[in-house]
Design a protein around this ligand. Structure first.
Ligand SMILES: [Zn+2]
Length: 289
């Protein structure tokens, strides 16, 4: 069974909720990037987050990017969710041996201090972007802070990754529960008590087995209405054309400089590690037109 994401409404539409299972998605990411355990944990949390953020938007073509730029040894990360449940991402510095003592303290210290930026690209005019300073660097906390302060939506964000000792994914999941206008205090108390029982997103997916069951547990079977369910997977979607456009965007001067030095231009897709090679004559030909 593949990964999936669900969207739900609860408590007479005063709560909206999202839950996602990204176990296979993260396993694929680890294969592409040979991620160390901390990097896998960070990227897994970020992929779960963007998958759910995309479901908050109405446009099927909208692309959500979560970027972290940190001064910690991991450096940062990028996670992207585009149409049809396509997820991809990478870590700036995956070299565990350079993390030093921060590695013992977890994801936050390996990223902090720094900033989180959310970019929403609707494919029209300028993309929207919002940036907040990292709060703990654990990603879930930072995203909750972003929603509260940047979008004024009180949000519970739980993102969890558990790995097996052989660096295989045991569980990777997330949920976001948001209060809409009219939400009652007793609803908040209900959700908070459930969260204490659940412990964490990774524990909850292990216990319940699916994103639907996670939300049913959190919000109560009698209160919830699942409104959408779809599949998600790691899917880069890069192409030779897109990579060539990237090369051309360097500008004529820079391209000429590269061509004068070497016969071939090689570019690497950071999301799937695929290499693309363009001969200098191919690029010269395009530049002429
Ligand atoms: Zn790619």
């Amino acid at each position: 069974m593949g990964d999936s994401i669900v969207r739900a409404l609860a408590f007479n539409n005063t709560v909206r909720a999202f839950a996602v299972n990204i176990k296979e998605t993260l396993q694929t990411a680890m294969g592409f990037h040979n991620l160390n355990p901390l990097a896998a944990t960070a990227l897994g949390r970020a992929l779960a987050a963007v998958a759910m953020m995309r479901e908050m938007t109405k446009g099927e073509d909208e692309i959500i990017t979560l970027k972290i730029k940190g001064e910690g040894p991991m450096g940062g990360l990028v996670a992207v969710s585009s149409g049809k449940g396509m997820l991809k991402g990478y870590i700036s510095n995956n070299d565990y041996s350079t993390y030093g003592e921060d590695a013992l303290l977890g994801v936050g210290p390996c990223l902090m201090p720094g900033f989180m930026t959310i970019v929403k690209d609707m494919g029209l005019k300028e993309p929207y972007s919002g940036t907040v300073p990292l709060q703990s660097g654990e990603i879930g906390d930072d995203l909750a802070f972003y929603y509260t302060y940047s979008e004024q939506i009180p949000s519970l964000v739980a993102l969890g990754v558990k790995l097996k000792p052989d660096v295989a994914v045991k569980s990777a999941a997330g949920m976001i529960i948001q209060l809409m206008p009219g939400a009652k205090d007793e609803t908040v108390v209900f959700i908070e008590s459930k969260l204490r029982k659940a412990g964490s997103a990774s524990k909850l997916i292990e216990q319940t087995g699916s994103p639907e069951e996670m939300l049913k547990f959190m919000l109560g079977n009698e209160n919830i209405k699942i409104t959408e369910k779809k599949e998600v997977s790691y899917n880069c979607g890069c192409s030779r054309d897109a990579m060539l456009r990237g090369v051309l965007s360097l500008g004529r001067e820079e391209i000429n400089r590269i061509i004068n030095k070497q016969e071939e231009v090689e570019t690497l897709c950071h999301f799937c590690m695929k290499k693309y090679k363009f001969s200098s004559s191919e690029i010269k030909g395009i530049l002429k037109n």
